[in-house]
Design a protein around this ligand. Structure first.
Ligand SMILES: Cc1cc2nc3c(=O)[nH]c(=O)nc-3n(C[C@H](O)[C@H](O)[C@H](O)COP(=O)(O)OP(=O)(O)OC[C@H]3O[C@@H](n4cnc5c(N)ncnc54)[C@H](O)[C@@H]3O)c2cc1C
Length: 291
């Protein structure tokens, strides 16, 4: 399959990219790694009049420790996140999840900016941005603004980005030392998009659960936080009974789709199993780190 014809511009700075986007009046597309955009062009699902290539803009591929947060440039490739010492140290849950993103060849090209902007409901980075309370910095001709991950994902392949917006930075607030974490995923084959995934970060206040966040994906139109389950567990001692109640709340809250790969019932069952495993592993890691 070949893409429809388009004009091409290699932008040399962010300002030139957003200027060109605005000039295209909603008919232009940024291209970063091209790993999602090119298949969509080849299948003629998109027909932009111009592709604005941001790969030659210098200094957009970085991971920087900024004190209270880690700042990531939009052109940081998946492989850069996967192999970064800063990410492994600050966000081991993100480090682990990156190994599940597609295949190595795709991870070498795909970018964090592209993955978040594309917003596939079964992609790891959107869920991680929600779990880690990311702030996404967006630039347009009108200037810069920040959108929280919670407000960013509106539907499958739909975000709060507006016409003429470019995602220019992702900011992740650091987690307290000793936070427990876990990432669990099931896909039909290694490198496939997930049927479902669950990620957990957890703290403790004495022997009680605190600062719990549960992220899920593959079970709806966007990544989700399991807010009911978080409420059930927070302030409680970790026990089989409370975890079972939380898992039931998760299964009740999700509305997965049936597709070629799995039925809605299977996905609902699976997300509960993964949540149970992730909670147990995260709690065990927390106890290990704090004893
Ligand atoms: C076979 C295959 C398997 C895959 N499996 C997985 C998987 O298991 N998990 C997973 O998470 N992903 C998977 N992917 C997707 C992959 O991670 C992509 O790299 C990613 O979704 C898009 O990143 P990109 O840099 O390639 O973006 P591109 O394809 O270049 O762009 C994607 C979209 O984002 C827009 N965009 C890009 N950068 C910006 C920006 N800075 N600001 C605003 N808009 C921007 C583009 O205009 C386009 O609409 C898979 C892809 C393939 C081909």
């Amino acid at each position: 399959m070949k893409p429809p014809p388009f004009d091409y511009l290699a932008a040399d700075c962010v300002e030139a990219a957003v200027q060109a986007l605005a000039g295209a009046g909603g008919d232009g597309k940024l291209i970063a790694g091209g790993q999602s955009l090119m298949p969509m062009l080849n299948f003629r699902l998109l027909r932009p009049s111009i592709l604005i290539d941001i790969n030659r803009i210098p200094d957009l591929a970085y991971i920087r420790d900024d004190g209270n947060e880690i700042c990531i440039g939009p052109l940081a490739r998946h492989r850069m996140l996967e192999t970064s010492d800063v990410i492994a140290r600050q966000f081991p849950v993100l480090h682990e999840a990156m190994g599940y993103v597609a295949h190595l060849a795709i991870r070498n090209r795909g970018t964090i900016g592209g993955s978040l902007s594309h917003a596939d409901p079964a992609a790891e980075l959107p869920m991680m941005s929600l779990l880690l309370d990311a702030c996404l910095v967006v630039q347009s001709l009108s200037g810069r603004r920040t959108i929280t991950a919670r407000d960013f994902f509106l539907g499958a392949l739909t975000t709060a980005l507006e016409e003429g917006d470019m995602l220019v930075e992702v900011r992740l607030p650091k987690l307290p030392k000793g936070t427990g974490w876990a990432f669990e995923e099931v896909a039909r084959r290694s490198g496939d998009f997930a049927l479902a995934s669950v990620a957990v970060i957890i703290g403790s206040d004495g022997d009680r659960i605190s600062d719990l966040r549960i992220g899920m994906m593959g079970i709806g139109e966007t990544p989700m936080r399991a807010l009911d389950a978080e409420r059930i567990l927070t302030g409680q001692r970790y026990s089989e009974a409370t975890v079972t109640a939380a898992v039931e709340a998760i299964r009740a809250a999700v509305e997965p789709n049936t597709d070629l790969h799995a039925s809605a019932e299977y996905r609902r069952h699976l997300v509960g199993v993964l949540a149970q495993q992730a909670l147990a592993r995260a709690w065990a890691r927390l106890r290990e780190a704090t004893q």
